[in-house]
Design a protein around this ligand. Structure first.
Ligand code: URA
Length: 195
């Protein structure tokens, strides 16, 4: 309940964590960012989505997945009956890499503890890794997306499903079908948990 002491304590932990992220200088991306992009959504969410890194729009607005890919992600969620506000959305990196280049290993390593704390605080029932980079970072593997999607992984005992990045939805009909089946698979895994 919102009024319980532990939830007040949690609010403070969230505030402290967000403040710490906003001041972070653990890697060189702090020199080029406009601002950090912490994460957004329901802190009691059952579903947690983890993307790669902020892009230009996210860097300017301070919120993950607010650009074109983000609008598509919101629609992908709606397709399986989820509202953007009811999930929690974060990225592997809290700062935008210049020109949206891929995150570097040392940047992922420097940023990882923030994401791990977010996962620990939320304790989601299911995690969606959005796209190849997020999936490879979270699962510490080099396997291609084709191998990672369509199977249930675990991250700290939480089921983790890899879905296509929403940018794929903009490409071919085939990719659209794959993205759709990723979502259906995630939903079926979640529904089995509820039983
Ligand atoms: N792509 C991502 O992976 N994350 C964002 O926040 C925006 C685009």
């Amino acid at each position: 309940p919102a009024s319980s002491p532990s939830s007040h304590a949690n609010d403070q932990i969230w505030r402290d964590l967000q403040h710490e992220v906003s001041l972070c200088e653990a890697c060189s991306l702090c020199k080029t960012r406009t601002q950090t992009v912490f994460g957004v959504g329901n802190k009691q969410a059952s579903w947690m989505l983890i993307g790669e890194a902020p892009g230009q729009n996210e860097d300017l607005q301070g919120e993950p997945f607010v650009g074109k890919a983000g609008q598509l992600l919101t629609e992908m969620l709606r397709a399986i009956g989820l509202k953007r506000e009811e999930v929690y959305i974060a990225n592997i990196l809290k700062c935008r890499p210049p020109n949206n280049r891929d995150p570097q290993a040392e940047e992922v390593a420097a940023c990882n503890r923030f994401l791990q704390q977010q996962i620990e605080l939320i304790q989601p029932k299911i995690i969606l890794a959005v796209g190849r980079i997020a999936a490879q970072s979270l699962l510490t593997t080099q396997q291609p997306l084709a191998k990672l999607r369509g199977v249930q992984h675990q991250l700290h005992d939480i089921p983790l499903i890899v879905i296509h990045h929403p940018a794929y939805l903009l490409r071919s009909l085939l990719e659209k079908a794959k993205a759709w089946s990723d979502l259906q698979f995630a939903l079926s895994v979640y529904q089995k948990l509820e039983k």
